[in-house]
Design a binder for this molecule. Structure first.
Ligand code: ZN
Length: 240
């Protein structure tokens, strides 16, 4: 078993530097709805067309954005970890596919825009680009419309067991571009700290879950993540 295990958690700050929009107009609304109102099981129940339109717009937007230097730095860091014999786990709260496009494997705890799931039989369709059609029926059970494979407000995030297992052996924890107030993701930093891991936090401003024991790196992800990860990688090389 590797002596060190780095767990990286990424959030909206990483996607924002690629220009992924938040889908709010100047008044904070999308087609007159708060985005939170179209991202719930109740909304899907009441007005599927509206929810579908919201996610189609977000999927369409992915065609216009690219991974940024923070994604590429993470890719280089994952390689450096492997070379140094350090275990590496990447968890993301982001639903876009920018990590994958930077050749990174990530645990999508809040789901993925490029995936649909049948709520009746659990069948999934992955690698979706931009579906022009209005709804996609389930190819396995015939259910009339597969839902976005996204963790909506009020739903339990995915892969919590896998994340819990990773956290048990985590020796170094790095939070990148997370607000620190979306749970349970926000709790991972504290869990890592309590377990004795060394912790780094990168954000535009101090997140609410920051502690004086964390090394805080202030700035845009696209600018400060690369030097921060290079510094962390150097720790493993000097230690081995
Ligand atoms: Zn089905």
């Amino acid at each position: 078993m590797p002596k060190h295990h780095v767990v990286v958690l990424t959030g909206a700050g990483v996607s924002a530097d690629s220009g992924v929009a938040t889908f709010r107009d100047a008044g904070g609304l999308w087609e007159g709805h708060r985005p939170e109102q179209v991202a719930t099981p109740e909304a899907w129940e009441c007005d599927r067309a509206l929810v579908w339109r919201f996610y189609q717009a977000r999927r369409a937007q992915l065609r216009t954005v690219q991974p940024n230097p923070a994604h590429h730095a993470l890719r280089a860091f994952a390689d450096a970890c492997r070379e140094a014999g350090v275990a590496f786990t990447l968890i993301t709260q982001n639903v876009d596919d920018l990590h994958e496009r930077a050749r990174l494997e990530a645990i999508h705890m809040h789901g993925e825009l490029a995936s649909l799931r049948c709520e009746r039989c659990g069948h999934k369709v992955r690698g979706l680009d931009y579906v022009e059609l209005s709804f996609l029926p389930c190819a396995r059970c015939g259910h009339d419309a597969m839902r976005p494979d996204i963790v909506w407000f009020g739903e339990i995030p995915f892969f919590l067991d896998e994340i819990d297992r990773a956290m048990r052996t985590c020796t170094h924890f790095v939070a990148i571009g997370t607000s620190g107030n979306v749970w349970p993701a926000a709790g991972l930093l504290g869990a890592a700290r309590e377990a004795g891991a060394v912790t780094w936090v990168q954000a535009l401003e101090e997140p609410s879950n920051l502690d004086r024991r964390d090394r805080f790196v202030c700035g845009r992800a696209a600018q400060v993540v690369e030097p921060m990860l290079r510094e962390i990688a150097a720790l493993f090389h000097s230690a081995s």
